[in-house]
Design a protein around this ligand. Sequence first.
Ligand code: SF4
Ligand code: SF4
Ligand code: FES
Length: 261
Amino acid sequence: MNSQDDKTPPAQARQAAAPATPRQVTLRVLRYNPKDPDSRPRFQSYELEAVEGMTLFLALEEIRDHQDPSLQYDFVCRAGICGSCAMLVNGRPRLACRTLVVELPAESTLAPLPVFELVADLSVDTGKWMRAMSERLETWVHEQGAEANLDKHEARMEPDLADEVYELDRCIECGCCVAACGTARMREDFVGAVGMNKITRFRLDPRDGRSDDEFYELVGDDDGVFGCMTLLGCHDVCPKDLPLRTQIAFLRRKMLKVGTT
Ligand code: SF4
Ligand code: SF4
Ligand code: FES
């Protein structure tokens, strides 16, 4: 009998399939409310039993429901779609709703994403940052010479090209790439990998009539591609596995060409 006919899973696979035993974990949460004059940054520890399938989001719900209703954090979709629940988990930006507690060490530290305005505890205002970036980069289709006409049929696009655009459009604006970016910490107006990804997305879109010279005006400086140190922390932490490494390198080459001609 060859290995494909053998339906008995190997020992390693049986071990992986076995339900994990519930275990005690400690979550050390950085607490601070900048709007409360009495609040001081401090770590607060919570202990709970991690059961199989429990996400960090569910653990925080458990803490808020049964231990501390004052704990603040964000969520909407609970499914890795809205991008609201990003936070630093042991120093690494991650989505709470896509992080399994059983896979974390016995003690973990949670902190809000840096760079973004802190609301309180683990809650930050990514929307304000994303909006400012989007307005600076004009992240919408710029149709040339066309009057806005909502009755017009949508323009046709080759399926392969539509797939390429869709691939880049999967960004959920969670902010993980920005939180992992050294340049974003140093330069307030740096557009981040999220911004550069958006530019490559609109550059690819045949409906957008902007030229490379016009894109250069938006990202051809130290707040754009030339401020990027290409250490690719952004690529490593993107929870949607967007091809940030390729897109940044591609945009950099294109903008370099414009800048040297
Ligand atoms: S590029 Fe990835 S990490 Fe950055 S905001 Fe989009 S989804 Fe999040
Ligand atoms: S590669 Fe560029 S955008 Fe990505 S983390 Fe590094 S500096 Fe930031
Ligand atoms: S709650 Fe929406 S991505 Fe986590």
